[in-house]
Write a protein of this length. Structure first.
Lengths: 334, 334
DNA sequence: TTGGGTAAAGAAAACGTTTGAGCAAATCTC
DNA sequence: GAGATTTGCTCAAACGTTTTCTTTACCCAA
């Protein structure tokens, strides 16, 4: 801008106004300035604009892990919607670590971004320490949580109805003729795992099937997955496996394969979160579709709506994304 | 800062210097200011710093697609290394679209970031239009390309030695007793696909095996994958399949399964890029490991090195990441 | 001629920070 | 005790914009 001003022998203010087609400036000058701007390939400096407007048009999304189909779908959705609305997405990974989550929030909450999209790390869920969230909220920075949330924090949220999805799935298995259904789930501190477990229990109770605790396997770390699955097969009999994610289901299915079970005739399998594994497993895996892309889109829209509408009436929304069951080869048709 | 200055009745400059432990300021004042800063929970405004320093400590990474194991590994690596060195990562998705890639670069190259990490979209590779890259380079903004690169652009690069990896893999298959090896690859405009194809051809020639064009299947869109695989099985006989990504290999393996082939006794399978599909396929898939995480780390390091070392001697490096073959169940041991 | 109106442009402040130059007071030196 | 040095602080400019408030110049009517 300075250059253009010097070149045309006008003031910087004039240049600025001319570029913005201000009515204060003569058409003649406007044309000249804009011509020069094009010539010099002038691009307004975003940082200066951010400083002036106190808006960066950036949003941060903090997720526990990116190498995970569900999260990449969410990011895709976020990115798409944010771009559509003129925002950039800064991705931060917490790696399931509380400390990293806190650091990420702190390095972002200093003017670099306008708002947060957050899915809690396992460690944060375990510690139940949410001071960093409270801090940014008090600071007046909008926060939208998705998927892994906490009820203790008041803010906008987008979630899957995990309990209901799990409930429906188990019923589906029962209707297809299964009645000893093993559950591969996470420890209860993972909010979504807990909800899925409770959906499983409720469905069985409603169907009058007794809960056998030995059929419920809680897996904390990925390393113990294969071993625990083997133990399950060694010690229990069952005719279906419900995994709270696709990996658990696929690994169990492999084990069944190795032991010579016919799928789905002798044993059915269902997973959660329809990803690439389910789609290309052998046989293809029936899954609960979580619609991560839509979740991301909705979360981004919620955040940006709040950013652009000043009328903060202090009320927060929680959006529930519907799930659906995608019937593939690993379960018997109803 | 203003508040602290008012409260302590000193100038803003004094506050700034006190916070930076300047020797110009008395220890007494420094202590007081820092105490107040802690009390008010003062955080320096990053935007103002960026404007002043002409450095944002942000880097943009533009990738074609995020729902893809290899790219998420790369992003993980980038994010890790960048964070370690004090940088944030802004993720942009081109969705394999030339237009979106250009837009992404333009919206970022206005002061929002210090440099680019880029993997070209398919459409860009097809069009061979790289004016947007030239533009940012001329503007003096560092650019590091990774994986999907173009030789026409002079900049730092990080690549896989695709041709060699493919060559080695095919030799591996030959040594394990296969001699009619089908290749599932991409059209030649995808740089890595072309290289992998040429590695395949060279290996066969070196082993004195005739190239049968009918065994080379080029797949452009994911939708045509299953159909083309079926046609291959219907019309040709072969004892091994080499897929230039894990999906191709896994889909082919499924088809072989369905047709009753014994794997690997009757037919071997190898994929490229060791992802979740390969690991949990049935049987588990032998793959070429691309070390995406390391590629990401290296690319990030390269970019940041260039950002922080002024001495731009005009020479560019190309780093080649080694690949390795991970022998699993889908191939015969050598 | 003078005053008021208007069109076009410029000056200056602001966003939050850093930093070199400048300045007053305290301390030192001989 | 006068000049020199040191100490501790403030001023002002700078980063690149926008925007409000002047200013200037010109025109027209009284």
């Amino acid at each position: 801008m300075k250059e253009i001003a010097r070149e045309l022998d006008v003031s910087i203010s004039t240049v600025s106004k001319a570029l913005n087609n201000s009515s204060e400036i003569s058409q003649d000058t406007i044309d000249k300035v804009q011509a020069f701007a094009k010539l010099y390939n002038y691009k307004p400096n975003n940082i200066a604009l951010s400083l002036k407007n106190k808006k960066t048009k950036n949003i941060a999304v903090i997720i526990p892990e990116i190498v995970h189909h569900f999260f990449t779908m969410i990011i895709s959705g976020i990115e798409h919607k944010a771009n559509e609305l003129g925002y950039n997405v800064i991705v931060c990974l917490s790696n399931e670590s509380f400390a990293k989550e806190v650091i990420n929030m702190e390095t972002m909450a200093n003017g670099s971004i306008d708002g947060f999209l957050l899915s809690l790390s396992k460690e944060t869920l375990l510690k139940k320490d949410f001071h960093h969230l409270r801090e940014v909220i008090n600071q007046g920075m909008p926060l939208v949580m998705f998927d892994r949330i906490s009820d203790e924090i008041y803010c906008d949220k987008v979630i899957i109805d995990d309990a209901r999805a799990s409930y429906n799935t188990v019923k589906h298995l029962v209707y297809s003729g299964c009645n000893r259904i093993a559950l591969l789930t996470t420890p209860d501190y993972v909010s979504v795992g807990k909800l899925r477990t409770s959906g499983y229990i409720n469905a069985l109770m409603d169907e009058g099937i007794e809960i056998d605790e030995k059929l419920i396997v809680k897996i904390d770390k990925i390393e113990e997955l294969e071993e625990k699955v083997k133990v399950l097969f060694d010690t229990q009999t069952f005719d279906a496996v419900f995994g709270v994610n696709e990996l658990y289901a696929v690994v169990a299915m492999r084990e069944a394969h190795n032991r010579g079970f016919k799928i789905p005739q002798q044993m059915s399998f269902v997973g959660f979160s329809d990803g690439i594994l389910s789609k290309y497993a052998y046989p293809t895996l029936t899954t609960v579709v979580q619609h991560g892309y839509e979740m991301g889109q909705k979360a981004a829209k919620m955040l940006i709506d709040r950013l652009e509408n000043e009328d903060d009436d202090g009320s927060y929304k929680t959006d529930v994304i519907k799930t659906s069951i995608l019937q593939r080869e690993s379960t018997k048709p109803i």
